[in-house]
Design a protein around this ligand. Structure first.
Ligand code: AMP
Ligand code: MG
Length: 334
């Protein structure tokens, strides 16, 4: 059984994850499971401390997250999105939404106040129940979301590469015991810089629509994929049809980061919203700032913390990295 589980883990997203045991809530864990959970929790603490201090010491300002507001990420169109329900409620006569990502707030704050900012942002995404067995989806998770005014995609990618390499290097120095206990010490190797960069359109030509599954089995180090058609806020060159955005894929685990250069021109944002059937009335402040020329060019990304820690710790299911697992399709007492 253990062997089978390891095989499933290696071919993540390729084979069904039916064999992967669902993480259970804290009160049902055995002593050895508590020990493992505690170990993952120590690695999580180290990762959070390391990442936030790298951002802060590189001049990023730390924005506290928002939970409810009129505008949040539409999560549409995105081929990877699978949202069963949007969390909306009425307060003070207005409809507000639970944060799906801080993208809109990042763009506004980065344009008006902080040219370099980051946030540890709780995201609520009610993923379809079948994603409970994907092993990489939770319906509540945390993003380290960041944005830099006037940055290029390349600037962001090379910053992230440095951050990941330093993190792995320091983890191996300071968390060796934990990584050995989790069986990850040898396999977790510092990648070479620059990470390889692939164009999604070319990958699709070569491997077909299943390109991501193929890539995950073939790569040994994190790789970038660029030119991904998706939400209106990522930069699209209308002439060439290419998108100046990127995902970072981790071997066997998959996407851990999405980001891009951003749209800031009023006319272009409006056209894309109309084309994609995004409701403009949900983005009225963003549109007004763009119309007034107050939205500035920027680039940034969001790193899924639980996915990053899953990869580092070799977790079979993302819920193992959460003290209170939020697995699609399952609502525990806490
Ligand atoms: P997105 O902008 O939708 O690509 O989300 C940014 C990052 O958040 C992704 O690259 C993932 O690492 C992480 N993420 C997205 N959805 C989920 C989810 N349902 N559960 C856990 N992590 C997620
Ligand atoms: Mg993404």
């Amino acid at each position: 059984m253990i062997k089978e589980q390891v095989d499933v883990r290696k071919d993540a997203l390729v084979l069904s994850r039916e064999l992967v045991e669902m993480p259970r809530p804290l009160e049902l864990l055995s002593e050895s499971e508590i020990e493992k959970k505690h170990c993952i929790s120590r690695v999580m603490t180290y990762v959070l401390k390391h990442l936030t201090s790298q951002f802060a010491s590189n001049g990023f300002e730390w924005l506290l997250p928002v939970i409810l507001s009129q505008s949040t990420d539409p999560l549409w169109p995105d081929q990877c999105a699978s949202i069963e329900k949007r969390v909306e409620l009425e307060i003070y006569g207005k409809t507000v939404r639970a944060t799906a990502s801080m993208i809109i707030h990042k763009l506004v704050a980065c344009s008006i106040i902080s040219p370099k900012l980051f946030s540890l942002s709780p995201n609520v995404r009610i993923e379809k129940s079948e994603r409970g067995t994907s092993g990489v989806h939770a319906y509540e998770f945390t993003q380290l979301d960041f944005e830099v005014r006037n940055a290029s995609s390349r600037d962001i990618r090379s910053f992230v590469e440095g951050v990941i390499c330093r993190l792995i290097e320091n983890l191996k120095e300071d968390m060796g015991e934990e990584l050995l206990y989790l069986g990850r010490y040898d396999d977790l190797r510092k990648p070479r810089i620059p990470f390889e960069l692939y164009d999604k359109a070319e990958l699709e030509k070569e491997y077909g629509v299943q390109w991501e599954k193929r890539m995950l089995c073939e790569i040994d180090y994190p790789v970038w994929v660029t030119n991904l058609p998706r939400e209106f806020y990522d930069f699209e060159d209308f002439q060439s049809g290419k998108w100046d955005n990127y995902d970072l894929l981790l071997p066997q685990y998959g996407e851990v980061l999405s980001g891009g250069k951003r749209e800031f021109e009023f006319g272009k944002i409006g056209k894309k919203m109309e084309r994609d059937n995004v409701r403009k009335e949900n983005y009225s402040l963003l549109l007004r700032l763009a119309e007034e020329g107050r939205l500035k060019p920027s680039a940034g990304a969001g790193i899924g913390i639980e996915r990053l820690v899953s990869w580092i710790t070799g977790a079979k299911h993302i819920g193992e990295t959460q003290l209170f697992p939020k697995i699609p399709g399952i609502v525990y007492d806490l």
